[in-house]
Design a protein around this ligand. Structure first.
Ligand SMILES: Cc1cc2nc3c(=O)[nH]c(=O)nc-3n(C[C@H](O)[C@H](O)[C@H](O)COP(=O)(O)OP(=O)(O)OC[C@H]3O[C@@H](n4cnc5c(N)ncnc54)[C@H](O)[C@@H]3O)c2cc1C
Length: 467
């Protein structure tokens, strides 16, 4: 897919019909949808249960892949993004238990340029100030609001962006759902620089700007430096650890654990990981679970759509987790920029589902496969994986380039990397050119034919000529 902006024109382009969106949830999906929709001229009211966006997040680091950063850059947010994020150019892969190097990978500037974005790492934080729109929607009131939607016309569309355990998902699915534990917990750590200062081997990792990936027996870790949110000249170190868990560790989405508990769960691991785990203030534990895929993200009775993790929950710490919410927002903005009649609202909501569902499920599959490869149990497969990676390293080759030897990890990563060039706005534009405008034209032709027929049948009394 081309990284350049789509310049397709539309001969049927008409004036935008601005409508009112109600967005429930001010996480990445909700906030970015508010940006995307107001950019094209719609009105948005966003509520979050918290009044302080800065406190709703900030638990850990996040990696921003090029398909997400290119959208934020296109929206004019590059300066703000660069101020809080660091660019990452290299990946180092090592054994979890010993730290033995298995491979390295350098992102070539050319490859990134082709994607139109950049690979960056940052604190999970909102760039938005506090708001006085704090409102926690309750299940009953949302249902009531939804059923009155058409009658009152206070809002034309409700976007459910309140996350995987939010009420919007329940309203659209119309049932309670069960989370299935996947036998793993993800631990999210941020170690501040002042703690790392005393440890030369950790300080070295902080200064390198490399993303470190550790591969272990049922365990994996990914660590990288991130700018300190209060002082961007200082760096902290973010670490995600995936460790085996008998059941859902903790109670709910996140819970703080004690460092000794974390160290005991980590099993045998290299010294830098142990040091980071020992130094991290309040490590957070997030159970890795799976929720059933919803058949539809659009409410069957009317204009309500799920976006972000409310539509497609993902395992914590996944590379594309946050980016899916940004891409949802981008696609939504590009579809609704063509709105000029109310009849189109429903068509666009279903078009969104059509465009995004397949894409999201292939990204999820690719990322799950990659995590499984990182956490391969000790044995023949793991030995093969490590041997082939190390052979590439010894030959001076990039570990994650699939064309260098076709080993398992590179092939798995290839599927993840394919999404870097993906452009959600282009995909929405494609839908409009192939289907949306065609439908418009068909309707226009019906109206035109009716008009011609009406005029012809009165030919004796009029001389109107219809082209
Ligand atoms: C520890 C951790 C690390 C991660 N690392 C990465 C990473 O490196 N890269 C990446 O891309 N992704 C990462 N992710 C995933 C990413 O954070 C999620 O995919 C993303 O936050 C989902 O965004 P969202 O807007 O859909 O939902 P959320 O972020 O869950 O936002 C939902 C919002 O809705 C609000 N809300 C909920 N209920 C109500 C209600 N009833 N009324 C009003 N408001 C409500 C909440 O306050 C919240 O602000 C990570 C996730 C975790 C937990």
């Amino acid at each position: 897919m081309s990284p350049t902006r789509s310049t397709r024109s539309n001969s049927l382009e008409q004036h935008l019909l601005p409508i009112d969106f109600l967005i429930i949830g001010g996480g990445v999906a909700g906030l970015c949808s508010a940006i995307a929709l107001t950019r094209v001229g719609h009105k948005v009211t966003l509520f979050d249960q918290s009044s302080d966006f800065e406190k709703t997040k900030g638990a850990g680091g996040c990696r921003v892949p090029p398909n997400m950063s290119k959208i934020l850059i296109r929206w004019g947010l590059e300066k703000q993004l660069r101020a809080i994020a660091s660019t990452s150019r290299t990946v180092h892969l090592a054994r979890y238990d010993s730290g033995y190097t298995l491979g390295t990978h350098a992102w070539e500037a050319e490859v990134l340029k082709e994607t139109g974005g950049d690979f960056i790492c940052m604190h999970a934080q909102s760039p938005f100030p506090s708001s006085n729109n704090a409102l926690s929607f309750q299940y009953g009131s949302l249902r009531k609001l939804f059923s009155g939607l058409r009658r009152k016309f206070e809002f034309d569309v409700i976007l459910g962006a309140d996350g995987q355990s939010g009420i919007s998902r329940r309203v659209v699915a119309d049932q309670e759902e069960r989370e299935t534990p996947l036998g793993m917990s993800m631990y999210n750590l941020v170690v501040p620089k002042d703690k790392i200062n005393q440890e030369p081997e950790l300080l070295e990792m902080l200064e390198q700007g490399t993303i470190h990936t550790w591969l272990g027996d049922g365990r994996a870790a990914i660590g990288y430096p991130i700018k300190n949110p209060d002082n961007p000249h200082d760096k902290d170190y973010a670490l995600h650890l995936w460790l085996p868990a008998d059941d859902m560790a903790g109670n709910g989405w996140t819970s703080a654990v004690d460092n000794d508990f974390l160290l005991s769960e980590m099993g045998t691991c290299e010294s830098r990981l142990r040091k980071l785990a020992g130094l991290a203030p309040a490590p957070a534990c997030i159970p890795v679970t799976e929720r059933p895929e919803l058949e539809d993200w659009v409410h069957e009775d009317g204009p309500m759509l799920l976006i972000g993790s409310a539509a497609h929950p993902f395992y914590p710490g996944a590379l594309q987790g946050m980016s899916l919410g940004v891409c949802d927002a981008a696609a939504l903005g590009h579809l609704f920029q063509h709105l000029h009649t109310r009849d189109q609202i429903e068509t666009f909501l279903w078009a969104f589902e059509e465009i995004r569902q397949g894409r999201v499920s292939s990204i999820k599959e690719a990322e799950m496969n990659y995590l499984s490869t990182l956490t391969l149990p000790s044995g023949e497969m793991q030995e093969l994986r490590d041997k082939s990676m190390r052979a590439k390293y010894d030959a001076g080759l990039n570990a994650l380039d699939a064309d260098n030897g076709g080993d398992d990890i590179a092939e798995q990563f290839e599927a993840v990397r394919e999404t870097f060039g993906y452009d959600a706005e282009d995909e929405a534009d494609d839908w409009w050119v192939k289907w949306g405008s065609l439908k418009e034209r068909a309707q226009y032709d019906v109206i035109k034919t009716d008009f011609v027929f009406a005029v012809q049948s009165q030919e004796s009394t009029t001389s109107v000529c219809v082209e």
